[in-house]
Design a protein around this ligand. Structure first.
Ligand code: ADP
Ligand code: MG
Length: 327
C-alpha cells in the first residue's frame, strides 16, 4: 500500500506548492474562514496548514489518511463528478507516503482534540490526545525524505517558495471571504484579512498584485445575457507588466484557458504595445450548464458550450473599457 501511495503521490505531490494547494483546498472544503500556512525552508523542511473548519472526528482521523477515504461523495452523481476532477480522496494518503505527516483536529462538538500520524514500517496510524482549537492542522515534515529521486527535483528554497506564493495568491483571489496568512521561516510574509464587503475586494487584489498593478487598474463589471464579467485590467501605458499577472476565474475556479486568453489579447491589440503583457484579474460567471470544467483538470481548461459567444463577450467588454480609457 505504501508503494501504491507513493506512485499516486508522484502525480498529486510534485513539489511543496502542490502539497499546499491540496491542504488549503481541504481546509476550504471544510468551511474554514481562517487559514494559516507556515513554511520552513521553501517547504522542504516543513509545511503546516491550520484551519478553523469543521474538523475531523477522532474515529475518522485514521481513515482520512488512507486512500480513497474521501468524505465528499454523497451520491453516484457526485462520484462521477469527483472522479473526473482526478485524484479524489488521495491527497492526504499520498502526501503521508512521501513525508512525515500528522493530522490534528477538533470538531466543535468533540471535547478533546486528537492527533493522528503514521509510524513504523507498516505505517500504522497512531492516535494521541493533543491541545488544538476547533479545526484542523496538517503538519508535513521532511517532504520526499524517503523518495530521493523526487527530492532531487526540488529547486532552491527561493524557487519553491515562489511557487508556494503563486498558489496562495491564486487561492486568495478566489476566496475573498476567507482570511489567509503565510509565514516563511518564522517570518510573516502575507496577511490577507477577510473581505466582507464587495466594495473592498480591490484591497485584496492590491495586496496580491502590488502597487504597479493597482495604481493603473481599471474595474470591469459587465453583464450580457447570462454572462457576467467582473474584475480589473491594466490599461495602456506604464511599465512592462509581468506575464504572470494574468488570472482568470470561471465560476470561481482558476483557469488557464486559450479561448479566454485569446479574447483578451485581441481586445488589447492595437491599444497596448504587444510587447507589453496585459495584466488582469477577471471573474467570468455563467450558468453551470454552459460550461464543462472537466475537460482537463490538470491543465485548468474549460469547454464552453457557446464558445463563440463567450469569446466575443469578453473581447467586447475588455475592448470597450480600453477604448474608453484612450479617450
Ligand atoms: P479529498 O479532499 O479528495 O476528499 P483528501 O485526501 O484530500 O481527499 O482528504 C481526505 C478526507 O479527509 C476528506 O474527504 C475530509 O473528510 C478529510 N479532511 C482532510 N482535510 C481536512 C480538513 N482540513 N478539515 C476537515 N476534514 C478534512
Ligand atoms: Mg483533498
Amino acid at each position: 500500500a505504501i508503494l501504491a501511495n507513493q506512485i499516486a503521490a508522484g502525480e498529486v505531490v510534485e513539489r511543496p506548492a502542490s502539497v499546499i494547494k491540496e491542504l488549503v483546498e481541504n481546509a476550504l472544503d471544510a468551511g474554514a474562514t481562517q487559514i494559516d500556512i507556515e513554511i520552513e525552508k521553501g517547504g522542504h523542511k516543513r509545511i503546516l496548514v491550520r484551519d478553523n473548519g469543521s474538523g475531523i472526528a477522532k474515529d475518522e482521523l485514521s481513515l482520512a489518511l488512507s486512500r480513497h477515504a474521501t468524505s465528499k461523495i454523497a451520491s453516484l452523481d457526485d462520484l462521477e463528478q469527483i472522479i473526473s476532477l482526478g485524484f479524489r480522496g488521495e491527497a492526504l494518503a499520498s502526501i503521508s507516503s512521501v513525508a512525515r505527516l500528522s493530522l490534528s483536529s477538533k470538531p466543535k462538538a468533540q471535547r478533546e482534540a486528537w492527533r493522528a500520524f503514521a509510524e513504523g514500517r507498516d505505517m500504522d496510524v497512531k492516535l494521541e490526545p493533543i491541545a488544538h482549537p476547533d479545526g484542523t492542522s496538517v503538519d508535513v515534515l521532511d517532504l520526499f525524505f524517503n523518495t530521493p529521486a523526487r527530492r532531487k527535483f526540488l529547486r532552491t528554497e527561493k524557487t519553491e517558495f515562489s511557487h508556494i506564493e503563486e498558489v496562495i495568491k491564486r487561492i486568495a483571489l478566489s476566496r475573498f471571504d476567507v482570511a489567509f496568512t503565510l509565514k516563511h521561516n518564522g517570518k510573516l510574509i502575507k496577511k490577507y484579512p477577510k473581505i466582507t464587503d464587495e466594495k473592498n475586494k480591490f484591497k485584496r487584489v492590491s495586496a496580491v498584485f502590488g502597487n504597479s498593478f493597482s495604481e493603473r487598474a481599471i474595474q470591469i463589471n459587465s453583464q450580457y445575457m447570462q454572462f457576467n464579467l467582473f474584475g480589473w485590467i491594466v490599461g495602456p501605458g506604464g511599465e512592462r507588466n509581468q506575464n504572470d499577472l494574468q488570472y482568470v476565474y470561471v465560476n470561481g475556479r482558476m483557469m488557464r484557458d486559450k479561448l479566454i486568453n485569446h479574447a483578451i489579447r485581441q481586445a488589447f491589440e492595437g491599444i497596448i504595445d504587444s510587447q507589453l503583457y496585459p495584466a488582469y484579474c477577471l471573474y467570468l460567471t455563467l450558468p453551470p450548464d454552459e460550461v464543462d470544467v472537466n475537460v482537463h483538470p490538470a491543465k485548468h481548461e474549460v469547454r464552453f458550450h457557446e464558445a463563440r459567444m463567450v469569446h466575443d463577450f469578453i473581447y467586447r467588454v475588455v475592448n470597450d473599457v480600453l477604448q474608453e480609457q484612450l479617450q
